[in-house]
Design a protein around this ligand. Sequence first.
Ligand code: 4AD
Ligand code: MG
Length: 446
Amino acid sequence: MSKDYVSIIDVKHHLGEEVTIGAWVANKSGKGKIAFLQLRDGTAFFQAVAFKPNFLEKFGEEVGLEKFNTIKKLNQETSVLVKGIVKEDTRSKFGYELDLTDIEIVGESEDYPITPKEHGTDFLMDHRHLWLRSRKQHAIMLVRNEIIRATYEFFNQQGFVKLDPPILTGSAPEGTTELFETDYFGQPAFLSQTGQLYAEAGAMAFGKVFTFGPTFRAEKSKTRRHLTEFWMIEPEMAFVKHEESLDIQEAYVKHLIQAVLDNQSYALEVLERDTSLLQNYLDQPFKRVTYDDAINLLQEKAADNDYEAIEWGQDFGSPHETFISNYYGVPTFIINYPKAIKAFYMKPHPTRDDVVICADLIAPEGYGEIIGGSERATDYDYLKDKVAEYGLSEAEYGWYLDLRKYGSVPHSGFGLGLERAVTFITGNEHIREAIPFPRMLHRLRP
Ligand code: 4AD
Ligand code: MG
């Protein structure tokens, strides 16, 4: 925003002063001798009021008859320069409004497609480039931005180095069925599913690192939790065992919730998020249960619930995750899954052959998995066998095996899906609104 203009978010510092604001007309109302403009400038939304000259013996400031008529005719999303006096407005959540003294049209707007009436999701998604302007979408993006800011804050405070993994890779560490393949000068390349293997190399060079970047899964699943392109934060820590990693995960997620509560309370209000629930997640320790116990619980409670029956060895479906997290009412770690349903790089259990040292963090209120993490296998021969067993090529993973050849140490890490965290913290229904331009099974545009 130009230094000549005041941002809406800053009008509180200009009470009683005449200011100029560059904005768009989000909505317009009022009758006859009074006009209300809902203005937005990217920082916030608030109301400007214009009175018809001589209305009630000059009730407010005057804009002049010509300007008043201009205001009456303004279309939605017209861009304007408005001048006015900042007043307190105890009736609005925002707390301030503008008594208009002048207005100038900057850019006209004809037939803006997203009107205040209800629209279907497909229509809104087709107009995502415009939908982002609306109050709710704006609030979600501010929360997303706060989570990103707080992520850097947390890991910087804890002495982590940010390390950027490549996006174009030759490997498929999270399974070969979900790859986007592209031609790389005559050889196949894949869009990265995870930065983890590179983060592990980083941990051996810097001790504690985190990655943050886009990751890709060619998932055909059409659920409210899946994107084909999503952003992941992946910390990786040398000399850190699994228990300590869980403590860091809990502290990190609590830091994100606290930061959003502290710095985006207005956005949470717009989103009508029940903040007492968020506060409760801060006040309680996260629950930790083993996969075995979770299976037992699901089997025990099956008669009273309508999720599908589940056997030891199977992965949870979202109804199972929903049940578990609702049952405990706080974010819940499910620990030590069966080896057969997890990635090749996880550390085998010291006394059991059938499980690995790992955990998923399941968010409450039905939001499901937001973190997947594990301690990593450290033994060269074990991992070499796993690479072969999972049908991965040794040529592709030779560099990764090297990390176990030259000073292998215990290490752990995890991945938090940014959009899953945004969906959970904002209390939103669907992950597609947690990213500016979502990529999903049937959505590549805009
Ligand atoms: O559980 P995932 O697949 O784990 C990994 O990729 C590990 N390499 C992470 C690590 O240990 N460094 O994915 C991690 C998280 C999930 O918990 C979920 O939050 C998110 O990434 N995620 C998705 N988010 C949106 N759409 C999808 N299709 C997602 N798949 C995973
Ligand atoms: Mg997972």
